[in-house]
Structure formats: structure tokens, C-alpha cells
Ligand binder design. Structure first.
Ligand code: TMP
Ligand code: ASP
Length: 241
């Protein structure tokens, strides 16, 4: 039997067609990149952790009223998803200052934000995924004003749900990145993944700024024990019922 042709290979996933044109299969790799792929490596077991955790959270979010692309998880590294037209925006929601927000504003790391901050980035590796303004989003026709409002409201709802969920798991949701697609009917569906690759997750019971990190920042900043942190996040998430 010949292996199916990949439709697209990204930094962390390979997307395959299925016999049903409305359904795609995402294969989650262990490959890890940071700083627009200038840093490359591998995190053993990451594919399984990210696929399983995303599957679990997409199902929870569906029940909470957030439409997602998730259809099933036929194996630990494979996710079946609805074929959607991906909106070329990365939506970042921030609850606590960290990462690029601190670098670009001087706000100290760890400062709680009075209100969640929603930032939009252009999904374009060649440009380095730049931060956009609403006016630039219109200029690029990356999303309509109605879609932008929908993305903002959905992302705030996801943040509301996930912040409480992770709190109950003993984890602080610092910030995270979401991607969305549009289905045949023009409905926005939450897409991509929700994992330690795409969230900043801090151990709520640890105050040490390095030891508390349970996400991809361990890889980005060479903090060590990356695999262990990913496995711990998955265990704590799955232990939540
Ligand atoms: P940032 O502080 O570097 O802008 O990252 C904000 C959040 O977005 C953080 O949780 C990590 C996530 N993220 C991605 O998922 N992919 C990316 O390419 C980048 C830069 C950040
Ligand atoms: N998307 C980033 C990259 O290009 C990874 C990251 O910092 O999360 O490699």
C-alpha cells in the first residue's frame, strides 16, 4: 500500500487528505522550532501530548459552546478535522505579561493584566508573523470587520473557559495562541491546536520563574526537562474531570 500524499507539511504537523474531501487528517510531529524556525530541535513524545491534549480541550470547548474543527483522534498522534479555510491570523490572548509583550512594551514579566489583551499577528513566516492593527487587517483583507469581532469574542470566551479549566488543574494560563478557519457556511471554527507549544502555562504552586515554566518556553530558553514538562501538563489536564 502506498502512503498517502501529504497536502501540506508545517513545522509541527503534516496534513493529509482523506477519502472524504470535507475531512483532513493532521499528524502531530515531535519536531520543535522557535524564533521563526531559527532554532530547531525535537521534543520526544510532543506529538502525542499535543494531539491528545488538543483533542481533549476541543471536546470540552465544543460542550461549552465554542465551535471547533475537531472530529476525532484515531491514534495518539492523529487528529481528524473538518476541512476549513484557515484565516491567516494568529490570535493571541494574554492574561499575564510575558514574552513579546514584555519585550515590546517594557512591562515586567509576570504582571497581571487588568483585562485580557487580544493581539493579532499575520500568519506569514516570510514576514516573521508581524503584529497587526485592525486597520492593517482590513488593508490586507485578512479578515472582515465582522470576522474580527467574531474572532475577538470567541477568543475571549475560550480564554474564560480555559483559564478556569487550567486553574482547576493547578496551572496558570499566562497566554496562548489560537487559529481559526471558516466552513462552507461562513461559520468561524476554532482550528489548529491548544497545547504546551501554543500556550504559556505556569505551575500555580511554584514561584521560581524558571521552575514554574511547563510549556515551550523550556525549549525556547534552553531550560531543560522539556519532555517532562509536556508530560506533566498532559497528566494534569487528563486528571481533570
Ligand atoms: P509571544 O509572547 O511570543 O508573542 O507568544 C504569545 C503566545 O503565543 C505564547 O503562548 C506562545 C504562542 N506562540 C505560538 O503559539 N506560536 C508562535 O509562533 C509564537 C511566536 C507564539
Ligand atoms: N512558530 C514559532 C516558530 O516559528 C515557534 C514558537 O516560538 O512558538 O518556530
Amino acid at each position: 500500500m502506498t502512503s498517502p500524499q501529504a497536502l501540506y507539511e508545517g513545522k509541527a504537523k503534516i496534513i493529509y487528505a482523506t477519502p472524504d474531501s470535507q475531512i483532513l487528517r493532521a499528524y502531530y510531529k515531535d519536531d520543535a522550532t522557535a524564533f521563526n524556525a531559527q532554532k530547531r530541535g525535537s521534543i520526544t513524545g510532543k506529538g502525542e501530548v499535543n494531539c491528545t491534549m488538543s483533542s481533549y480541550l476541543f471536546q470540552k470547548l465544543e460542550v461549552a459552546g465554542i465551535p471547533t474543527h475537531w472530529l476525532g483522534q484515531p491514534s495518539p498522534r492523529e487528529m481528524l478535522v473538518r476541512a476549513v479555510k484557515i484565516i491567516p491570523l494568529e490570535v493571541v490572548v494574554r492574561n499575564i505579561a510575558a514574552g513579546s509583550l514584555c519585550l515590546q512594551t517594557g512591562i515586567p514579566v509576570g504582571t497581571p493584566l487588568e483585562e485580557p489583551l487580544v493581539d493579532f499577528y499575520y500568519k506569514d513566516d516570510a514576514l516573521g508573523d508581524p503584529l497587526l492593527t485592525p486597520a492593517r487587517i482590513q488593508l490586507l483583507r485578512a479578515a472582515t470587520p465582522e470576522q474580527l469581532e467574531g474572532l475577538t469574542q470567541l477568543s475571549l470566551s475560550v480564554n474564560h473557559y480555559l483559564s478556569q479549566f487550567f486553574r482547576e488543574c493547578g496551572i496558570t494560563l499566562v497566554d496562548f495562541k489560537l487559529e481559526y478557519g471558516v466552513d462552507d457556511q461562513g461559520q468561524l471554527l476554532l482550528a489548529d491546536e491548544i497545547s504546551p507549544d501554543t500556550c504559556r502555562l505556569w505551575d500555580a504552586n511554584e514561584s521560581d520563574p524558571e521552575r514554574r515554566v511547563m510549556d515551550k518556553d523550556r525549549f525556547r530558553k534552553d531550560l531543560g526537562q522539556v519532555e517532562e514538562a509536556y508530560q506533566r501538563v498532559l497528566e494534569q489536564v487528563l486528571a481533570h474531570c
